[in-house]
Unconditional design. Sequence first.
Lengths: 103, 171
Amino acid sequence: MSPLPLCLLLSSGLFCVGLAGALSRSNAILVLLGIELMLNAANLNFIAFWRFGLTPSADTGIIFVIFSIAVAAAEAAVGLALVIAIYRHQKNIRLQEAARLKG
Amino acid sequence: MNAVLVIIAFTILASAAVAMSLRNLIHSALLLVANWLGVAAFYLWAGAEFVAFAQVLIYVGAVSMIVLFAMLLTRRARADAAVVPGSIDRAISALAVSGAVAGVLVFAVLQTHLPAVTPPAPAATVRQLGAQLMGPQAAALLVAGVILTVALLGAVILAAKERNSNQDDAP
């Protein structure tokens, strides 16, 4: 089997593990980590197509992954700040009890 | 070449799956560090060294520290360890949804005619990447800098303590 389908299967598996974690856990931090796993799966796809795709001469895949990592870092910072703010209001970060965000 | 990829894939998938199913939050965070290291190993395997080092710096270095700090700041004494009723239903439905998505993705990948030949490794030196970032992609680089700055300020404002709320009530 050539490497490109293996890479795509790997990123599909990682995406689905992250999706299952984000949907099933009730801890807000673990939901954020599941979203991070899905973003990493997308980055794996970018690199796989950059390396094994039809036009490997362009640097577009690497540039895209760099910007994706930057946006993911910003998302993690804001998400965890939100988690801390919710914890300050409700003394709890379970998502079932964080249904009321105002006040 | 494929054997190395299989080892990396096993590391990535196993650490992610175990991290998402553990009950201990700290263990989950440490396993996710292993997962991100596996992703960095994949980047090294594919020949994207700069992205691998960026992954190690940003995810393994910075994001994991933020996650650990958030976990320690929001930890309650033994309250998170209790199994809540209804979580089994949610777990089953989440597994069903992700299994369906996995089936669709695997079917699509296996049905697609991908290029079978492995092209020679493209040379993406740091100098080329820097020229790309400073030349054609300069606007996107500036926008990324603005996004990071705004996100940092927003995170500080969100997580900062509200000191004025008590002073308004005080005489």
